[in-house]
Design a protein around this ligand. Structure first.
Ligand SMILES: [Ca+2]
Length: 154
């Protein structure tokens, strides 16, 4: 008899408990969903402001990298500029740009070697990679034309 009563009282609590849990789920579900963390980079793209730059040798090239919208979190991206020097050696310069929260533009300054050789227009390629807090937009690759300022002998 005592055992039967204990069993009955267990059910008495379990029934309302299930109902209460179901009600709480229905009531709280929208706020639980709203709090689900979204990727911070959703919709934020990092890219060059142009896919083609032209500059004279010996000058400083400024490449601007932009975010399509500001982020509430820091954003970082690696950049690389590479090509061939006038003496034929391979050139590569690389670095990381870090955007503070709210910043949407950063610049990279690259000094282009001055020489006295006549070599015509040289080309460098600038690329963005490994974004953190954003995704790569377009353009993430840009061509850099380095104009020769030396007069070629006849
Ligand atoms: Ca030159």
């Amino acid at each position: 008899m005592g055992r039967l009563i204990r069993k009955a009282s267990w059910w008495v609590w379990l029934g309302p408990g299930i109902v209460l849990a179901a009600v709480l789920c229905v009531v709280l579900w929208p706020s639980i969903q709203a709090q689900e963390p979204q990727p911070i980079y959703q919709g934020i793209e990092v890219q060059f402001d142009s896919d083609n730059y032209t500059i004279s040798e010996g000058a400083t090239l400024t490449i601007t990298v932009t975010l399509t919208q500001s982020s509430s979190q820091p954003v970082a991206v690696q950049w690389t500029a590479s090509g061939t020097e006038s003496d034929g050696t391979y050139y590569q310069e690389t670095g990381t740009l870090e955007f503070e929260a709210g910043e949407t533009a950063k610049s990279v300054a690259i000094l282009l070697e001055q020489d006295s050789c006549c070599q015509g227009t040289r080309r460098l390629i600038a690329t963005l990679s490994n974004p953190n807090g954003a995704v790569l937009g377009t353009p993430s690759t840009a061509r850099v034309n380095v104009l020769d300022d030396d007069v070629c002998p006849e």
